[in-house]
Design a protein around this ligand. Structure first.
Ligand code: HSE
Length: 433
């Protein structure tokens, strides 16, 4: 039986996970693919540290080009991450006609156009199932089972670290910084986990999903991003009392001539299916015009789950190589991609309802001043509660608004924050019904 040779660039957590899946499940992989799939070379700057897997020392090299230039290697797996060296290596591999598998959502979201075009020009296969939701086969679903549909809505919990932190805050009443520390201690989060908690990682993943849906790259910079670092356990508790959970959501909605694309903390009704996705789990809810709602759930991070997705891509490519169809499908799955760009609606034009928490001096007339400012800015209040005990004469006033325009809400918040009766910054959380 002939062999598919794989070269791995980057032997960190996901590299090790990929190696483990390929070696431990070698027999079933061989049976399913019809060829033996083996790792021929591994490049990493650190070839000394014991990663807890048995790898023959002869496989290692410090130079990624040894892998890319090896004529016997059919599939290059890029797992170093980032947008500099990874981009250089992927482009070099593509130029040499190699098939490439990557988990690099940052690169695909920020430099996708160049990478996708290069793959098509050189007829190289490019696959990236592991870039979104780790082992959740969402890219395969969009390109395969859902591909006959116009996708109308994507709602995703796409970052395991921030979901873990929010779950800790909700269930244990921890402050944000304590929950982050727990995530770091358990190995979920980088220290500091900036791209996870500020919404960038989820926005990268949303951009990749949008690219597949539309067959053209999404303008990443136009995706609104807001993180979870200013949320307090009080906000999460108040939200719960109002019947909601707080999640970092990636949201895309298809409008007539443009789309909504945004990542921010959002309140979702407690009985919404995504409200019960906890800890490091991810979930993606997709609504298609014919298929209706679909939900995908699973571990969105980690070596085994991500390794599983990387190996699935390697197996699909191996099957194509076996029948001589290398690089036959465009990476985004559209044979005739549209010639117009994806237009993302400016955030100021969003219309939704809001949770507002205003911390103000507990004096007569305060509520009417606040509601006056909201009313002048076309914001109607659907419920208001003065919560909790006075602390130094201040109380939190929690409100839910009717649907309002984002620009009006931002303007009202600025005016509120300038009032001298306010003793803290106003907190806003968008509500996703
Ligand atoms: N850091 C990501 C997360 C996993 O926490 O979900 C890799 O995409």
């Amino acid at each position: 039986m002939s062999v598919i040779n794989v070269g791995i660039i980057g032997f960190g957590t996901v590299g090790v996970g990929t190696f483990e899946v390929l070696t431990k499940n070698r027999e079933i992989i061989t049976n399913r693919v019809g060829m033996d799939v083996i790792v021929k070379k591994i490049a990493d700057l650190d070839i000394k540290t014991d990663r807890g897997v048995e790898v023959h020392h002869s496989l290692f090299t410090k130079d990624a080009m040894d892998v890319i230039d090896d004529p016997d290697i059919d599939i290059i797996v890029e797992l170093i991450g980032g947008t500099t060296k990874a981009k250089e290596y992927i482009l070099k591999a593509i130029e040499r006609g190699k098939n490439v598998v990557t988990a690099n959502k940052a690169l695909l979201a920020e430099c996708g156009k160049e990478i996708f075009e290069a793959a098509e020009r050189y007829g190289s296969g490019l696959a990236f199932e592991a870039s979104v939701g780790a082992g959740i086969p969402i890219i395969g679903a969009l390109k395969g089972g859902l591909s006959a549909n116009r996708i109308q809505t994507i709602l995703g919990i796409l970052n395991g670290t921030s979901n873990f932190i929010l779950t800790k805050m909700a269930k244990e009443g921890l402050f944000y910084s304590q929950a982050v520390q727990d995530a770091v201690n358990l190995g979920f989060a980088e220290d500091p986990p900036t791209l996870d908690v500020d919404g960038t990682d989820a926005a990268h993943k949303l951009a990749v999903l949008l690219s597949i849906n539309f067959g053209t790259t999404a303008p990443f910079e136009d995706i609104y991003r807001e993180g979870i670092d200013s949320l307090t356990p009080d906000d999460i508790r108040f939200a719960r009392e109002l019947g909601y959970s707080v999640k970092l959501l990636a949201i895309a909605r298809m409008l007539d001539d443009r789309i909504e694309a945004r990542v921010h903390p959002a309140m979702i009704p407690k009985n919404h299916i995504l409200a019960n996705v906890n800890s490091e789990y991810n979930a993606i809810y997709i609504d298609g015009d014919f298929v209706g709602p679909n939900l995908y759930y699973g571990l969105g991070a980690g070596k085994s789950s991500t390794g599983s997705a990387v190996v699935a891509d390697i197996m699909n490519m191996s099957r194509q190589i076996r029948v001589g169809l290398k690089g036959s499908a465009p990476p985004l799955g559209h044979i005739h991609p549209p010639d117009k760009e994806i237009m993302i609606q400016p955030m100021e034009e969003l219309i939704t309802s809001y949770y507002l928490k205003v911390t103000a001096l507990d004096r007569p007339g305060v509520l009417s001043m606040i509601s006056g400012i909201l009313g002048e800015n076309h914001i109607g209040i659907s419920s208001v509660i003065q919560k909790g005990r006075q602390i130094n004469g201040s109380v939190p006033i929690v409100m839910l608004t009717h649907e309002a325009r984002e620009s009006d809400v931002q303007k009202a918040v600025l005016l509120l924050n300038n009032l001298d009766i306010l003793t803290g910054k106003t907190v806003t959380i968008r509500v996703e019904e």
